[in-house]
Design a protein around this ligand. Structure first.
Ligand SMILES: Nc1ncnc2c1ncn2[C@@H]1O[C@H](COP(=O)(O)OP(=O)(O)OP(=O)(O)O)[C@@H](O)[C@H]1O
Ligand SMILES: [Mg+2]
Length: 463
């Protein structure tokens, strides 16, 4: 069963899909959709976002929420720039195609979407709470959606492409997919394409035979072959040089590899998951990434939501990390002060979950009280609330005074030190302890000889 949801359906597409055997229902409006879609049978669905006005998009949401429809979105390139359209696709669709798209591609994706809906178990439909035993924390709508997607995607062998900012959990997602897939007992092999020198990539990926080159004393099995039967995770795929892109594409097309220096071609059965934090669409436009390879890799796409868009989950994750690492501190830390909670919500989290983990772990070690405050997370400027101890207040004032003096004297240490009433050596040391030393600056460390003052007290900055 197929539902085609479009304000103005494309009759040639209708004909072509019918020819391919789809039993099609056409709906033109959300009301139409509610009336005509049965709730007890699975459907594949096309939603043509290009045939609705920008204003109508919001109203589509209730229709797209139908649990037994595996939606595939069609969208014009312009539409894909609109946040509303992107959100609908991300939240409700199994995949999307940029128009113009051929009927055969649409048919292919619909087949997958339909397969997935029929494979899905009922708790998938009901929206289960979390991925399960491993520690992937998330309660917000976008994370719940991610968990549902992981479950759906795990049931297929189709290539999955995971996009997301650094530290959002791309690798965790790849592992979660593998662990829920029928391949879970077979190997999960990850390769970070960005971390391996280009000239070694081919042999890392595909292996080599003895004598393939000087130094090849024995046969080496490549990562692709090592993943046979299981899942191959190609991390930082955007960093793959063009040469390796070509060989990878050949492998994906033929399902066979040749070891370097070898003659036989070896069949390898792997499920491929790839990830990147760079803009691959941009790389394709610039000719740094092959579009044909991208389409092979990105049959199914997962977008990891950035941490700043996860609302209450930020706090939940922070508590999760605190609970996990609180034994790192001799002190008993009970939780987070209101200032910390406020700051965590205001901060932008460019490093996402990884940064949150690091900040909380550092705070566990640094915190002097029973509650972690915004300043322990080094996020004091993101809160209005003052919950500092006197020692912390002194320290903050000291740091501000030093910064101001350095600014006034354009980083000339001698003058700044005189202004602050301390020696140059003391100033240098204090800059170090306040994290004000620029590691790239070639400023010479002052000799110990002129260390006359030992106190770190300076007069506070006038402005
Ligand atoms: N939802 C989550 N719940 C708990 N921990 C998480 C979650 N998402 C990510 N993490 C943790 O955050 C860290 C970063 O995750 P991961 O390595 O998967 O990110 P990534 O997207 O691959 O990052 P990068 O682009 O930097 O490689 C890991 O320690 C991971 O365990
Ligand atoms: Mg990663």
């Amino acid at each position: 069963m197929l539902v085609y949801f479009s304000r103005t359906p494309d009759s040639s597409l209708v004909d072509q899909l019918k020819e391919r055997g789809w039993n099609m229902t056409i709906v033109r409006s959300p009301a139409d959709c509610a009336r005509q879609i049965r709730l007890d049978v699975p459907y594949a669905g096309i939603v043509d976002l290009s045939r609705f006005s920008a204003r109508e998009l919001a109203a589509l949401e209730s229709s797209l929420r139908q649990p037994l429809v595996g939606w595939v979105a069609l969208a014009s390139p312009d539409r894909l720039d609109e946040p509303d359209a992107r959100r609908l696709i991300r939240s409700y669709c199994f995949g999307y195609l940029k128009l113009p798209a051929t009927a055969s591609t649409i048919d292919y994706l619909l087949g997958h979407a339909f397969g997935m809906v029929t494979l899905g178990d009922l708790d998938l439909v009901a929206g289960a709470a979390s991925v399960g035993d491993d520690e992937m924390v998330g309660t917000c709508e976008s994370m719940q959606q991610l968990f549902r997607t992981i479950r759906k995607v795990a049931n297929t062998d189709a290539a999955v492409f995971i996009a997301g900012e650094s530290g959002t959990g791309k690798e965790l997602t790849a592992v979660a997919i593998h662990e829920r897939s029928p391949r879970r007992k077979e190997p999960f092999v990850a390769i970070n394409c960005g971390a391996i020198p280009h000239h070694l990539l081919q042999s890392e990926l595909f292996g080599y035979e003895r004598g393939a080159f000087t130094g090849a004393n024995q046969r080496k099995i490549g990562r692709v072959e090592a993943a046979n039967g299981g899942t191959l995770f190609l991390d930082e795929i955007g960093d793959l040089p063009l040469e390796s892109q070509a060989s990878l594409l050949r492998f994906l097309q033929e399902g066979k590899i040749e070891r370097l220096g070898g003659r036989e071609s070896i069949s390898v059965d792997v499920r491929v998951i790839s990830a990147t934090h760079v803009d691959l669409e941009g790389a394709m436009r610039d000719g740094r990434f092959r579009a044909d390879l991208f389409h092979r890799l990105c049959v199914l796409r997962i977008d990891e939501p950035p941490l700043r868009a996860r609302g209450k989950d930020i706090e939940i994750l922070a508590h999760h990390v605190l609970h996990k690492f609180k034994t790192d501190s001799a002190r008993r830390i009970r939780g987070f002060a209101p200032s910390a909670i406020e700051a965590m919500h205001k901060y932008n989290w460019p490093g996402n979950v990884r940064e949150l983990i690091n900040r909380v772990r550092r705070a566990i070690v640094m915190a002097e009280g029973k509650l972690i405050g915004a300043e322990d997370l080094d996020l004091a400027q993101f809160t209005q609330q003052q919950s500092m101890t006197l020692a912390q207040a002194r320290e903050a004032a000291e740091k501000r005074a030093i910064e101001a003096a350095l600014l006034r004297h354009r980083h000339r240490l001698n003058e700044a030190a005189i202004d602050l009433g301390i020696s140059r050596v003391t100033l240098y040391r204090l800059m170090g302890s306040h994290g004000l030393r620029d590691p790239s600056a070639s400023e010479e460390k002052p000799s110990e000889a002129d260390d006359s003052a030992t106190s770190g007290e300076g007069k506070s900055a006038a402005d």
